[in-house]
Design a protein around this ligand. Structure first.
Ligand code: 2AL
Length: 170
């Protein structure tokens, strides 16, 4: 789909198509529609990112909490989105061995207890072996720094999903 097509979309179609580029946050797509016309992928994503950056802390934490647990069998609420399922299965995290999976699950639980939101990682840019190391490393970061890192991962996931929808190279 090219940018002219995006700019021609009515509100409902735009939210249907872009409502999950930020995981389970269609409100952000609803707000971004007001910013059209867009000149291209970079311009479009700039508005998604600006909305996230403009949220109060509680809103930014809310965006993170809408993400499913990585390699978790069940999301916190609702179902895994189709995008999330695809990303997680492509990353091979569902195929971790039993011991690795247990360790990973323990660390994600510790992460959630420490920071109050789930561990978010753009898994398409990572590999299954790197994810547990990254989780262990980020678990030790100061909370304010970790919030920024996690939102950076949300933006990477958004970029990849937008590039897929527009048929562009990420
Ligand atoms: C996800 C997800 O759904 N896709 C991805 O790349 N990472 N979730 C997460 N908690 O990191």
């Amino acid at each position: 789909m090219d940018i002219e097509k995006v700019n021609s979309m009515g509100f409902g179609e735009f939210v249907d198509v872009f409502g999950n580029v930020i995981e389970r946050c269609p409100l952000i797509a609803a707000a971004v529609w007001s910013k059209r016309p867009f000149s291209g992928l970079g311009d479009l994503e700039k508005h998604f990112f600006a909305f996230i950056d403009g949220l109060p802390l509680s809103g930014q934490e809310g965006v993170l909490r809408c993400h499913p647990e990585l390699a978790g069998r069940q999301p916190q609420c609702g179902r895994h989105s189709a995008e999330s399922q695809r990303e997680q299965s492509a990353a091979g995290l569902q195929n971790l061995g039993a011991a690795e999976r247990l360790r990973f699950t323990e660390l994600t639980a510790q992460y959630r207890t420490r920071f109050g939101f789930p561990f978010v990682l753009a898994v398409r840019l990572s590999d299954p072996a790197a994810a547990p190391r990254e989780l262990a490393r980020r678990l030790r970061c100061p909370p304010a720094q970790e919030l920024r890192t996690a939102l950076g991962e949300v933006k990477k996931i958004c970029h990849l999903r937008l590039a897929d929808l527009l048929g562009e190279q990420p």
